[in-house]
Design a protein around this ligand. Structure first.
Ligand code: ATP
Length: 323
């Protein structure tokens, strides 16, 4: 391997820039050439590729988003699209790829690596924290802190008006942001997809009178077809229990923005650096993760399984602290 290509794909996450910087600098440190690929897999089809020197990644560790831009790319899901991508990589003499993104992006890397026997290394870049095999993903801690700050603000108005607030947070099929966000912001409850099929979380909350002793309540809801989302839950409460003055706040894309926290910058730096160690170590088709503060190599097939377990004792902690 002489030249390493790097791209960010799927949803952006704070800390992606710190990861780009770490991969680029570690690669150059180890004697590789680096090429930056713009707009995720799309850049491989449109040939948006530039040489990356150490200066290309100067002054970006503190920036949210991704300087390489990101995109979704439908064509890459087909073998024909991936063939075109392979041709572009050969044309640029890129002989290994580092992909920073979520489960979709790593699924793409897996398909590509298998078809062309092309060395690919993945870095978990998503605020959702839903990649199996790593304790945390790049962007998760920053998003969690953003949620906490937003909920703190909503709490001021919730308390003043004695209202019940449903605050919807991202997470798709994972409740990490909702559950830990609820604990961090002192919310009453979190409605998460992991237990939605086992218990009617809303019914349970209603039964307990939300928070009997308090005059306002905050419930974090993971955005997911399984939970139904905050809007649907609020409608249900409004219909069945008009005595509650329910308000909904959907935090949306602001959860993706912002300067990464120290924790995310350090995680991205360690994982990015380890991606180069992995290539030097002849590792192929693995995601670099962190487990108990140690770097781990997680095969793509495992990382994208979509069944990362959530620590259920956190639910108990939340329940206990919201009496
Ligand atoms: P996030 O978790 O933040 O949404 P993601 O990486 O999961 O990020 P996706 O939109 O699912 O985001 O995937 C990003 C891109 O990866 C897609 O636009 C597509 O180009 C590629 N991709 C996703 N799934 C596959 C697949 N099964 N095969 C090939 N390529 C894929």
């Amino acid at each position: 391997i002489k030249t390493i290509g790097i791209l960010t794909s799927g949803g952006d996450a704070p800390g992606m820039n710190a990861a780009i910087r770490a991969v680029t600098r570690s690669a150059i440190f180890s004697g590789f050439k680096v090429k930056g690929i713009y707009r995720g897999y799309k850049g491989l089809l449109t040939n948006e590729i530039v040489d990356f020197k150490t200066q290309n990644v100067s002054n970006i560790i503190q920036m949210g988003g991704t300087i390489l831009k990101t995109a979704r790319c439908q064509e890459f899901k087909s073998p024909e699209g991936r063939q075109l991508a392979y041709d572009t990589l050969r044309q640029h003499e890129i002989d290994a790829l580092v992909v920073i993104g979520g489960d979709g992006s790593l699924s793409g890397a897996r398909a590509f690596a298998t078809e062309f026997n092309f060395p690919c290394i993945g870095l978990p870049g998503t605020i959702d924290n839903d990649l199996y095999g790593t304790d945390e993903t790049i962007g998760y801690d920053t998003a969690l802190n953003t949620i906490m700050e937003c909920v703190d603000k909503i709490r001021d108005t919730a308390t003043s008006h004695e209202r019940l607030f449903f605050i919807e947070v991202m997470g798709r099929d994972a409740g990490f942001l909702a559950l830990n966000g609820a604990i961090a912001s002192g919310a009453e409850a979190a409605i998460i997809p992991e237990i939605s099929t086992e218990v009617d979380q809303l019914a349970e909350l209603i039964q307990n009178g939300f928070r009997k002793s308090k005059n306002s309540s905050i419930v974090l809801v993971a955005e997911s077809p399984v939970t139904g989302g905050a809007m649907a839950l609020a409608e249900r409460v409004n219909k069945e229990y008009p005595e509650y003055d329910v308000r909904v706040s959907i935090l949306g894309h602001l959860q993706r923005g912002g300067s990464p926290t120290a924790r995310d910058r350090i995680l991205a730096s360690r994982l990015g650096s380890a991606a180069i160690d992995a290539l030097l170590d002849d590792q192929r088709n693995v995601m670099i993760g962190i487990s108990n503060d140690e770097i781990v190599y997680v095969p793509f097939s495992k990382a994208i399984k979509k069944d990362k377990p959530i620590n259920r004792s956190l639910l108990d902690t939340l329940r206990r602290l919201s009496i």
